[in-house]
Design a protein. Sequence first.
Length: 418
Amino acid sequence: SQDTFIELQESGRMVDQIHNGHILHYTRKDPQTGVMAPFFTHVRSVCPWNEKLSPKGWMKIDRPVYDNELLLATAERVPRMIISEEYLEKTYNGGIAPPDRDVEVFTASPTLTQEGPTTRSKATEENPSTPNGSSTAPSSEKEERMTPLLIPAKPLLNLKKVVVVNKTTRFQHEADLHGNTGEALRKQMSMRGFVHDRLKASHEHHVEAVDEITTSLKDRGIGVSVVAANHLTHEAVEGADMVFSAGGDGTFLKAASFVNTPIPVAGLNTDPKRSEGNLCCYRVDNVTNRFSTALDRLLEGDFTWRIRQRIRVGMVNQDGYWYELPRYALNEVFIAESDASRPSHYNIGIDQHQRESHRSMSMRSLGWDMKVNIDGIYSVPLDYGVQAVMKIVDEPKYALRTVDFSPLPGTVPKKKIF
């Protein structure tokens, strides 16, 4: 409409001027000195039918913003002014659709086995840890995707220094909150809706498990450094041969997010009665499942490596500067405003499709929704849309190596697993 035409013209934004029919003119010649550069140094917006509508003068290009690496990242798109059903059908439904069925990848190598279905063959070929010569076989759509690889471990794991990431129990947190003990602490926890005796028993079980973990490591001549999970830093895990998380899944995720080097991470569930510990490889109860048994199996090589892929997240600020977050996500990434009362404004682009503008309270994750609805026009299935927005990295430096004590298919465990 004419109103939209005028609004785009008066906005002063170069992106709006492009959509208003302007042409960007790039040059390697300095308008003032006439010196030729090996790359584009200046740009101006030109209105081809009316020179008076063109902004005056040249603008110098900031290379960190407009270099080849960041050009696509900093490009902006506005919603289409005219939406054609034929265009939508050709653009979104006529492109390369995601496969209807997942692909299960097998290998003939005796040193590598796959636990259940995996990612598509393309993702597997890009993974350096997957050998060549793999064949494919169909699997059910309902089966889980991206199952971690199980790789037999090398015997005699050489551990000289390890880091134990210790969680802060709810009982310890409540005790430190106001510095209360005894009956005062019991009354305080009761007023806050907690059962004092239950939390105390869980806390004591956790403390006993951590003591057994550190004692077993020291008895075998392995240096131990215990770090509280809420005080964990990247520097705390530097130089360590292995990282153990003592707690539940939350402690394991916290420890894994600070490990950016290819060192293994093992999760130890120190409270199996109250915590599921699905990401943990061993449950420590100081009765049948003692940590010393698991440690002996580690040192003897009686386990398998479980390779978990992680998500690398990067951000581009308003100046076009690309910043990669130093912590890699293992479970999911949550993107939202720091102020919960404000909605988020963002543009999403998948592959070469046009970017779409959105406003919501946050971006959904794989576990929160079954599809990504873009602008109410079309839906992208989970196995295509979200993974295209958040790249799951296959490079070895982004993969997380954890421990799995379950026996390989077709083998007999050396020791009984309780």
